[in-house]
Design a protein around this ligand. Structure first.
Ligand SMILES: Cc1cc2nc3c(=O)[nH]c(=O)nc-3n(C[C@H](O)[C@H](O)[C@H](O)COP(=O)(O)OP(=O)(O)OC[C@H]3O[C@@H](n4cnc5c(N)ncnc54)[C@H](O)[C@@H]3O)c2cc1C
Length: 459
């Protein structure tokens, strides 16, 4: 039962078995045994798979979600990654329509020669467009909010194989339910997006007192039209001194000539650093020091270069004994200081293994049903290291629930692509749109379109 200290499907130390029918997520903490995995290359393949297989069906994009959101025990997983071509590209109108399994990085290679950029995406480019829309991702973009705002239209395959075009005017319920819908109302087969211009950006850093940060952000970041990206990091032990990094439009000469971050890079230095930071005594001050030295170096890069980072940069050498995991919390602007202070107290009194907490801002979402930003919010992304043992998983569940309670007590919410530690009550409070979402699923006969997330919270 979701309310007790039982984990969704862990009954032992977490392992990622080398079995082609076991779907593991990026943390290796969650593995789901499926009955089959179907590669799909086009909308007709998706329809055919739904017709042929009568059991439960889940959808897999890049599989970077962290709680079994792409699979269901004994079901069929549709692997969207082979669906990766451009359907229509209009550089003059700055729009593109792609198959949903395309990764941002592949799209960037196609649009960069036309001087264009993805408008809104995560901090890394390894995710699929469909997976990003299905979680309603966001990035460091100032004033952009979630990706929903740059989605013009979706092509969806509904549970019985019907193909539907959904946008803000036509089939708008499906449009706003499928964005952030984690594959629960239909399979997104195509996504049409607004694009932006690519331009040079320059990095600036600043240290700001925690109490001053919201006003500083409003004055120096939010109200400056030249600013594109911004985040502020909090470091252990105190998590109370925001170190801000802001990227603004510039015409200065480039310090990095490459237009895009190369793919397939080896990140051995980064792996070593991550290990030293989390294993060596005084490791966390190492992080602070290196961050400061790197950030204070002048940097002028193409927007597409900074937007095309590879998640491989964060991948540890091994996830056998421990794993690096993310969480994210959203709180209304006026609760920023109170939440940050209480989070800092919680992290100092509990062993959370937190490496850093990254702060970003998002304006309220559009009428997305499963919106995580129902008003203008600051978000707190927690990056932490945990053991794989059952005891470690239980301990993480405990402090995660305390963090969710803290966010809820500040009229806030938490992000769903991560581990499923929230209780049923916490989930319902954070996502009041879930009841309407569940009703739509029933009307569409979509109960077979499911995954560990929807099954755990009985949506
Ligand atoms: C290192 C790292 C950094 C991250 N940074 C950010 C960040 O900056 N901002 C942010 O918002 N998030 C961030 N995330 C979370 C990330 O955005 C989500 O995990 C996202 O879902 C990843 O995309 P994916 O292609 O791997 O999706 P998957 O994990 O494969 O799928 C996610 C969900 O979408 C569903 N889905 C996938 N494709 C489709 C489709 N075509 N149709 C219907 N449903 C579908 C799946 O069933 C699943 O429920 C980060 C994650 C990691 C691991």
């Amino acid at each position: 039962m979701a309310g007790s200290l039982v984990l969704p499907h862990s009954v032992a130390d977490a392992r990622c078995p080398a079995d082609p029918l076991t779907v593991c997520d990026v943390t290796h903490l969650n593995s789901v045994k499926v009955a089959g995995i179907a590669d799909v290359r086009g909308t007709s393949d998706v329809r055919q798979a739904l017709r042929k297989w009568q059991g439960k069906v889940s959808v897999g994009g890049g599989r970077f979600s962290m709680g079994g959101q792409t699979a269901i025990e004994g079901g069929l997983q549709l692997d969207m990654r082979p669906m990766n071509t451009v359907v229509n590209f209009d550089p003059a109108k700055k729009t593109v329509r792609v198959q949903a399994g395309m990764r941002w990085r592949d799209l960037q290679s196609l649009i960069d020669p036309h001087g264009l950029s993805v408008r809104t995406m995560q901090s890394y480019a390894s995710f699929t467009v469909g997976g990003s829309v299905s979680v309603n991702c966001h990035g460091r973009y100032v004033g952009h909010g979630p990706v929903s705002r740059s989605v013009r239209a979706l092509q969806l395959v509904l549970p019985h194989g019907e193909v539907v075009e959904a946008n803000r005017q036509t089939q708008s319920d499906l449009f706003y339910a499928a964005i952030g819908g984690y594959g629960g109302v239909g399979v997104i087969t195509e996504v049409e997006l607004d694009l932006d211009e690519n331009f040079r950006i320059e990095r600036a850093t600043a240290s700001v007192a925690l109490e001053d940060y919201p006003a500083w952000f409003r004055e120096k970041v939010q109200s400056d039209p030249q600013v594109l990206l911004h985040n502020a990091d909090l470091f252990p032990r105190d998590f109370d001194a925001p170190r801000c990094v802001t990227w603004s439009r510039t015409s200065k000469p480039l310090s990095v000539a490459a237009r895009l971050t190369p793919t397939g890079g080896k990140y051995t230095k980064e792996q070593l650093f991550l290990w030293a930071m989390t294993e060596l005594p005084g490791g966390s001050s190492l992080r602070k020091g290196v961050a400061k030295t790197m950030e204070d170096k002048p940097a002028v890069v193409w927007r597409n270069f900074e937007a095309s980072l590879d998640v491989a940069q964060l991948e540890p050498a091994s996830r056998d004994d421990s794993s690096y995991v993310l969480q994210e919390y959203f709180v209304p602007e006026h609760h920023f200081v109170s939440f940050a202070r209480k989070m800092s107290a919680l992290m100092q009194s509990t062993r959370t293994g937190t490496v850093n907490v990254s702060i970003r801002h998002s304006p309220a979402d559009e009428p997305v049903w499963m919106a995580w930003a129902r008003q203008d919010v600051f978000s707190f992304v927690v990056y932490y290291k945990q053991g794989v043992s059952l005891a470690a998983q239980r301990q993480v569940a405990q402090w995660t629930r305390a963090m969710i309670d803290l966010a809820l007590s500040h009229d806030g919410s938490y992000y769903l692509p991560y581990q499923l530690h929230a209780t049923m009550e916490q989930f319902v409070r954070a996502y009041p749109g879930a009841a309407r979402f569940s009703k739509l699923r029933q009307e569409l006969g979509a109960s077979r379109l499911t995954n560990t997330l929807w099954s755990y919270y009985r949506v």
